[in-house]
Design a binder for this molecule. Sequence first.
Ligand code: HAM
Length: 414
Amino acid sequence: MIKAVKGTRDILPPSSTVWNEVESITRELFRTFNYQEIRTPIIEETALFARGVGQDTDIVSKEMYTFEDRDGSSITLRPEATASVMRAYIEHRLDQAPGLQKLYYIGPMFRRERPQKGRYRQFYQIGAEAIGSESPAVDAEIIELVVELLRRVGLTEFQLHLNSVGDANCRPRYVALLREKLRDVAPRMCGDCQRRAETNPLRVLDCKVPADQPIIETLPSIQDHLCEPCRTHFNAVRGHLENRGIPYEVRPRMVRGLDYYMRTTFEIVHGGLGAQNAVLGGGRYDGLAESLGSKVAAPGIGFSIGEDRLVMSVEQEHPDAHKAALDLYIAPIGAAAELHCARLAQDVRSAGRSVELGLDAKVKRSMELANKIGARFVLLVGDNEMAAGRYTLKNMQSGEQETVGRDQLIPRIE
Ligand code: HAM
């Protein structure tokens, strides 16, 4: 039997209802913050991610789906979309457009990770990027947007973690210091840390192995090694967040797994998610445009929400989120009633109400089915009802039953 490829999955009803609901709330919220949608291709030249996300990151070095196209070029299924959005920004000279470019996207990403709860090889992101300014006010606005998004979809149990990873001036100095400290302690750490101490010392801070935690505590903190402009920027971001009433926690050891970050970085975690508890991550990437070959600077900041994890958190906080609201089940009794009911269904649907038009069946069977699929009301229509022009309407929540004329039907179910 052919099954879905490992690490991929089908999103079925009723869960797909929650996905749609989350996406429609999201699109509406983006509109109110004046963000517009961008759709970039799923496939890109491999070099885009190698240069943008970084050759030494886990994503690029071991998780990408890369293949050689028939003309010999190297193509990759996008593992994330920030690099793609920046490519589009440069390619279409969006820097010439007035004001900031505020763009959002919703779509699938691909990473060949070890699948587990909340981690898939095809997963979905809802992301946004604001390109064209270094201002800390932009950082605060994008964080405000994403926090509001989580609230609007109904989440309460989440925390915002904030950090600054410095810039091309102060970070290399901090990394050198970290590397030096690690020379002494890394041999007592896990195998991954020993390797990272050489290749990418920042990633050591991200190690989850319990035995390594006391050692990590002793390592220097980037917060103590920011240069003056980065310190000022970070303090300004904090001030803007406080002004907007957004609670956060500074996490000096939070490092993000992509190389383009500069200054502000953030993550939001949700208690109900287990080991893969980051619902979203984001940050500033002021040097990304230049690393993709742009002559013009294009400082930006953005986030990507793991939509799979977002939906999981919503389902966990609201177990009733699935209840697809079917307004009316119309139950025809007899062949003539089937024809009559089809026209009734047209009326109710044009009034914007959802209708499941049943097939001719015994009253008992129709009732059972209507109950199982969660209809709010059932309308019974047989020969007598058609002759009288009055139908039996049952409220499935209260159990009450009444006879209604055609013109009363829609007001009754509303
Ligand atoms: P990221 O931290 O790699 O950042 O991914 C963002 C979010 O995507 C994660 O917090 C997680 O919720 C979700 N995610 C990542 N990998 C998986 C997976 N294998 N399965 C399920 N969910 C996953 C980025 O992608 C950056 N582009 C964020 C950004 C935008 N930075 C600036 N702008």
